[in-house]
Design a binder for this molecule. Structure first.
Ligand SMILES: NC(=O)c1ccc[n+]([C@@H]2O[C@H](COP(=O)([O-])OP(=O)(O)OC[C@H]3O[C@@H](n4cnc5c(N)ncnc54)[C@H](O)[C@@H]3O)[C@@H](O)[C@H]2O)c1
Ligand SMILES: [Zn+2]
Length: 341
């Protein structure tokens, strides 16, 4: 097991990679704990939960709402949960995002931690202190910055995860390597098969390296004023593809990283060979590198991007593998990149 510390303005967070859900009791600092989980995770793992009360929610992006938050508040009140209660979210990004928001607002804030049970939650959602829910169809519209006291990343739990969810998590791992760590990228290329097969040693190294990268960026820029933007590599196009074609996030980000790599090549920042390495790695993992989409609709969606300033977008490019740069790019240049896609 390896532990990493993140220093946030709301407090510090300890991320334990390679720890087991079965040891959760060791990390709970309060006498009374309530676990928040979803129905799938509960079915697989309730047997390994420490003795405590459990609140279960449904699954899917549709339940990541204020209504669900309200239902949890109701159950906490029914359980007579006071300020001494410690909340633990055991689940994927949805459970973590909701638990963090509930813990940050119930009784003006109670203590909380996570056991991240999906690859995406381990390498991305549970790290960085962003919590929140969707509102009227707008993603992550309502939320807070607040760090969990701890995050347990248990690689054993990934074995029950549907393969599609595993592959989706890899899109963010490739992203982290591409923006910040050329060695990690090469390691991923060499160990791709074993990684996707969830070899514990390999996956724990990749999760740890990912957390180091995300935590490093977040430590330097918690509130997304500058450097944190690098974590959006592949996401500008990715979000536009998600909106227009309705593909899952990981797949959209994968195709988005390919477009961003091509733009980096045309700006002479990235060699064509390195762009090819990115495409090949994504393919070997089983991620799509192209997603057919209506160009006009994609451009319209890009025009609504949150990172837009007038007709320019803050766009993450690669200045070589392992080195991201943020630059302004016009909608026209993005359109041209899509034509040549
Ligand atoms: N806060 C952040 O910084 C941040 C970053 C990235 C993503 N997110 C959010 O994360 C969410 C997506 O997270 P996700 O991909 O983990 O999805 P998820 O939480 O919906 O989990 C995916 C599916 O896997 C099931 N599952 C979870 N763990 C399992 C296990 N060990 N075995 C079997 N099944 C399991 C879940 O029940 C669910 O059906 C999105 O809402 C996104 O906005 C947040
Ligand atoms: Zn993402």
């Amino acid at each position: 097991m390896k532990t990493l510390e993140i220093k946030g303005s709301s407090g510090n967070s300890l991320i334990h990679v390679g720890e087991s859900l079965r040891n959760l009791a060791k990390y709970i600092p309060a006498e009374r704990t309530v676990i928040i989980t979803d129905s799938n995770v509960r079915q697989y793992y309730e047997k390994d939960f420490p003795r405590c009360q459990v609140i279960s929610i449904g699954t899917g992006e549709k339940i990541k709402t204020l209504e669900t938050v309200g239902e949890i508040f109701g159950q906490l009140i029914a359980l007579e949960a006071d300020r001494s209660v410690f909340l633990v979210g055991v689940g994927g990004g949805i459970v973590c995002d909701i638990t963090g928001f509930v813990a940050s607002t119930y009784l003006r804030g109670i203590r909380f931690g996570f056991v991240a049970s999906t690859l995406l939650a381990q390498v991305d959602a549970s790290v960085g202190g962003k919590n929140g829910v969707n509102f009227k169809g707008y993603k992550n519209m309502v939320g807070v910055f607040n760090q969990p006291e701890f995050v347990i990343c248990d690689s054993e739990m990934l074995k029950t995860l549907p393969e599609k969810e595993v592959i989706a998590g890899f899109a963010e791992i490739v992203k982290h390597a591409a923006i910040a760590d050329a060695e990690m990228f090469a390691f991923l290329e060499e160990n791709c098969r074993r990684a996707v097969g969830l070899n514990a040693e390999i996956i724990e190294k990749l999760v740890y390296d990912s957390v180091v990268i995300k935590a490093g960026v977040v430590n330097r820029d918690e509130k997304e004023k500058g450097e944190r933007r690098k974590l959006n590599f592949g996401h500008t196009f990715g979000h536009a593809l998600e909106k227009t074609v309705g593909v899952p996030h990981g797949e959209a980000v994968s195709a988005g990283m390919v477009v961003a790599s091509k733009l980096s090549v045309s700006r002479k920042l990235l060699s064509a060979d390195d762009a090819e390495r990115i495409v090949n790695l994504l393919k070997n993992i089983g991620l799509p590198t192209e997603i057919p989409a209506d160009r006009q609709k994609v451009i319209e969606a890009l025009g609504k991007d949150k990172k837009r300033e007038r007709d320019k977008i803050h766009f993450v490019l690669l200045n070589g593998i392992g080195n991201a740069v943020v630059d302004e790019i016009s909608l026209k240049e993005l359109d041209e990149a899509l034509i040549s896609r």
